[in-house]
Ligand binder design. Structure first.
Ligand code: CS2
Length: 499
């Protein structure tokens, strides 16, 4: 068999080897513009929409994938070449996998090349939803005050030149302004990032920005645009060249950017849309009046659990989350964190057994075929921990609960950030927009043990809390003295079990 390049023209040939979209992609209308096409969007929302097109033939809900940054060029080039097609490889824990070509992304745009096309697409009457996976950091808020960061140079530029948008806020306001002028119904803005109250945060940030641009537009957005809150979930590791090679070897298909994921998938959405929505309930999406308890449970257990494994895992030398779970000490440490610190601050959810939910998380993290790198988990921790972990410390400080495990992770993160600056030490590649600031603050630890906490945009006012700082200081001293994260973790578990 010769190797076939994945694209629309070859789809009928590829369909002889692997499951392919049978719906007529040429008839797809763009109902959704999605900003931030990475692995996660492709394993989650685009997968759900693909099922909808496949099973229910609702061809109005095709997706236009948009990249806003120069860094999205590879996504744009690859998906353009493949006519939006890619293979989703679902990896089961028993070693079996299921591959399927996904066809719901019908077009792609790169905003740095064609900003006007992006605005036109969003302003087009067919577009009913603009969805976002722009990462926790993309919402441009200060984590202490929660206020919009007007000091961001790109935002400053956009406010001076509203006709030259750069960020999501510039594009959304430009498109919504066009819709307001044309007397059209606005699209809904659907945030799919791991931020609690993600819809409300998106709304607050967009309104703050719009207000500075045009008070009438801000008023129109405030009254007319819906921002449903959502909880999204599917573990999606970074695609590697091995994944493309696998498709080439197994099916003779050349796909330069497949997506890999676990079998589990969940989407809980607040049923509040200004301009209609796809009927995804038939596919298992839960539409509920109140998403917050689901979001909180997922962020404070799953996402925090990942960081609780990944940060010490990176320092110790475990390459993946499943390798961390294979180490019984790491697995126990994470469960202790979940049981003692995260669970007590969660609200009960009807129909959900939290103990079972945590058991499932353990199974999902241990999936040996996902090989989710700790570097993905640790990336952008400066944006993740203020949503995933630090609020749990604050909640426990307020209620007199345990903060030991979460505090240890912050101390380990300081050590990790310090090591990442060390040119002579073992390689520890840190991916974080705040890498320099974190590293510089961490390097002062030996002279001033609390120096890492001086980054108030990350830690808020934690450094002012004596209960916390006392514990943090003890832990950071132990970590720097022993340089042995794993032994310290085992002592903590032992002490907890003894008391
Ligand atoms: C991870 C998430 O980025 C992270 O740190 O916790 O990407 C996680 O895998 C997804 O939210 C799973 O739904």
């Amino acid at each position: 068999m010769n190797t076939i390049q994945l694209n629309q023209e070859n789809l009928h040939l590829i369909a002889e080897r692997i499951s392919c979209p049978a719906y007529d992609r040429t008839k797809l209308k763009t109902g959704i513009v999605h900003i931030g096409v990475g692995g996660f969007h492709r394993s989650h929302q685009a997968y759900y929409i693909h099922q909808l097109l496949k099973q229910h033939h609702h061809l109005d809900w095709g997706i236009c994938g948009v990249g806003l940054r120069e860094a999205d060029r590879k996504m744009f080039d690859t998906l353009s070449k493949q006519d939006g097609l890619y293979t989703l490889i679902i990896q089961h824990p028993d070693g079996s996998s299921k591959s399927e070509v996904i066809g719901s992304i019908s077009e792609v745009l790169l905003a740095v090349d064609t900003p006007d096309l992006v605005i036109q697409k969003m302003a087009h009457p067919d577009t009913k939803i603009v969805s976002l996976t722009i990462t926790e950091g993309g919402y441009n808020f200060d984590s202490t005050s929660g206020a919009f960061d007007f000091e961001n140079p790109q935002i400053k530029h956009e406010l001076k030149h509203p006709d030259q948008p750069k960020t999501v806020f510039g594009f959304l306001t430009a498109a919504l302004r066009a819709r307001m002028k044309n007397g059209q119904v606005p699209f809904s803005i659907l945030s799919c990032d791991n931020i609690q109250h993600n819809g409300e945060v998106a709304r607050k940030m967009l309104l703050a920005f719009a207000q500075r641009q045009d008070a009438d537009l801000a008023e129109w957005i405030a009254t007319k645009v819906s921002f449903p809150n959502t909880m999204v979930d599917r573990i999606t590791p970074v695609t590697t060249s091995k994944d493309s090679s696998y498709l080439e070897k197994a099916y003779n298909i050349k796909d330069e950017w497949p997506a890999i994921c676990e079998p589990f998938i969940q989407w809980v959405v607040e049923d509040n849309f200004s301009n209609g929505r796809p009927t995804l309930e038939a596919l298992g999406v839960q539409f509920v009046p109140e998403v917050s308890p689901y979001e909180k449970m997922k962020i404070r257990l799953l996402n925090a659990g990942h960081s609780v494994l990944g940060i010490p895992g990176a320092v110790y030398g475990h390459p993946t989350i499943n390798a961390c779970m294979d180490d019984p000490l790491f697995a126990k440490f994470m469960r202790m964190f979940m049981d003692k610190e995260a669970t007590p601050i969660l609200d009960p959810i009807e129909g959900i057994d939290i103990e079972k939910y945590k058991d499932t998380l353990e199974e999902r993290f241990a999936n040996p075929n996902i090989k989710d790198s700790v570097s993905r988990i640790c990336s952008e921790s400066s944006a993740k921990l203020p949503t995933f972990l630090i609020p749990t410390i604050q909640d426990n400080l307020a209620r007199g609960g345990s903060i030991e495990y979460a505090t240890f992770i912050l101390a380990a993160w300081c050590f990790y950030s310090d090591k990442g600056m060390d040119q002579n030490g073992p390689p520890l590649e840190i991916i974080d927009a705040k890498k320099e600031q974190l590293g510089t603050a961490a390097q002062q630890t030996k002279i001033a043990p609390l120096s890492f906490l001086s980054l108030t945009e990350v830690f808020g006012d934690l450094a002012q809390n004596e209960t916390f700082t006392k514990l943090y200081k003890r832990m950071i001293t132990q970590i720097y003295q022993t340089q042995d994260i794993r032994t310290l973790m085992s002592h903590m578990i032992y002490d907890t079990l003894e008391n």
